[in-house]
Design a protein around this ligand. Structure first.
Ligand SMILES: [Ca+2]
Ligand SMILES: [Ca+2]
Length: 318
C-alpha cells in the first residue's frame, strides 16, 4: 500500500493510494512517443511471442543524442494481444541500440542488436545481446558482448537457436582481405558467448554475403544470404550447432538476374528460402522461393514464382 502525504499535513489528511489505482491518466493506453521501427516478431514457448523494435522515445527527453535509439520489447499471446501493460526496454544505454533480432532457445529469448560503445580511443558499433525470460524480465543487466572490434562497425544479420543455445550471425570485415565476411558465434543457455568465428569467407569482395538469415531444422542450421555483386545470387551453407560448415556453399539461384533479401523458415525436416528477384523486368520484381533439405538439396533451382502476377516494385529488388 502506497501512501501519498500532502505537503501541508495540517490542511490535508494522508491520502491512501492503492498500487492498483495509479494517478488519473496513468493507466490510459496511448501511442508511444517517438518512432518505433525495425520490428522483429518471434515465437516463444508456443503460447507467447516476443516483439522487439528500435525505439526513439527516450531521445525525446533531450538527455540523449538526437539519434540515440533504444531497443524495446513486449510479449504477445497467441492471439497477438499484449501480455505486458507497457513495452519494456531491452537495451537502453545512453548511446544507440538498434536493429534487433531475436530467437527462442527453449527457456528464454535471446535478443541481439547493434550498439555503439566506447572504445579505447573513441567509440565503435558492435553486436551485443541480452536474454529475456518468459515473464518479460531482461535477464542480463549488462549487455553480452558478441563482437566489437574498434576498427569496424559489425552489422547484425540474424539469430536462431538449436533449442538449447543460440547462434548469431553478423557482417564483419576480414582483417587480411578487407572483404566483408560472415562472422558468428554461439551463446549458451546461461548467457555465455563462445569466441567469434568466421562462418563464410567469399572468394572475393564480389560475392560478399549480405542480409544473411539463419534457421535450425532437425540437426543443423542453414544460413542463407544474397551474394553481393553484379548479379546478386542467393547462396546458403549448412552448419552444425557450433556454426561449423557441414558442406559446400549451396547455389540456390545463380544467374544474371538480381536476387536479394532472402527470407528463411524452418520446417520439421528442412527449410524454405524465399527472395526478391528481378527476372520479370526493369520496373517490377517477383518473389521466388524453394524448399532446401537439411542435406542442402535445392528442390527448385532458381525457385518458383510465389508472387504470380502480382509484382512488387523493382525498388524491393535493388
Ligand atoms: Ca540507447
Ligand atoms: Ca566495432
Amino acid at each position: 500500500m502506497l501512501t501519498l502525504l500532502a505537503l501541508h499535513a495540517s490542511t490535508f489528511a494522508a491520502i491512501p493510494l492503492s498500487a492498483s489505482s495509479p494517478l488519473p491518466g496513468d493507466d490510459t493506453v496511448g501511442r508511444a512517443a517517438g518512432t518505433q521501427d525495425q520490428a522483429a516478431l518471434v515465437e516463444g514457448d508456443g503460447t507467447t511471442w516476443l516483439l522487439v523494435w528500435r525505439d526513439t522515445r527516450a531521445s525525446l527527453a533531450g538527455t540523449l543524442g538526437s539519434d540515440a535509439t533504444d531497443v524495446y520489447g513486449i510479449r504477445l499471446d497467441a492471439d497477438g494481444a499484449p501480455l505486458d501493460s507497457v513495452a519494456f526496454p531491452v537495451a537502453s544505454g545512453p548511446w544507440s541500440e538498434s536493429t534487433p533480432r531475436a530467437a527462442w532457445g527453449g527457456d528464454a529469448w535471446f535478443v541481439a542488436y547493434e550498439a555503439d560503445a566506447a572504445t579505447a580511443s573513441y567509440w565503435s558499433q558492435g553486436v551485443y545481446g541480452r536474454r529475456v525470460d518468459t515473464s518479460g524480465v531482461v535477464m542480463d543487466a549488462a549487455a553480452i558482448l558478441l563482437a566489437d572490434a574498434e576498427n569496424q562497425d559489425e552489422a547484425l544479420w540474424d539469430v536462431a537457436s538449436d533449442g538449447d543455445s543460440w547462434a548469431i550471425l553478423w557482417q564483419a570485415v576480414d582483417a587480411v582481405s578487407g572483404s566483408f565476411v560472415l562472422d558468428g558465434t554461439t551463446v549458451s543457455a546461461l548467457g555465455t558467448p563462445a569466441a567469434p568465428t568466421t562462418v563464410y569467407r567469399p572468394p572475393s569482395s564480389l560475392g560478399a554475403p549480405v542480409n544473411a538469415r539463419l534457421a535450425w531444422s532437425t540437426d543443423r542450421y542453414l544460413a542463407a544470404w544474397s551474394a553481393w555483386g553484379d548479379d546478386d545470387d542467393i547462396e546458403a551453407l549448412t552448419l552444425d550447432s557450433s556454426l561449423g560448415a557441414t558442406g559446400r556453399v549451396i547455389e540456390i539461384v545463380a544467374d544474371n538476374h538480381s536476387s536479394v533479401a532472402p527470407a528463411l523458415a524452418a520446417g520439421d525436416d528442412g527449410f524454405y528460402v524465399a527472395w526478391f528477384d528481378d527476372t520479370f523486368g526493369a520496373y517490377w520484381c517477383t518473389v521466388r522461393g524453394t524448399p532446401v533439405s537439411t542435406e542442402g538439396v535445392v528442390a527448385v533451382e532458381g525457385g518458383e514464382s510465389l508472387s504470380g502476377e502480382a509484382w512488387p516494385l523493382a525498388a524491393r529488388c535493388a
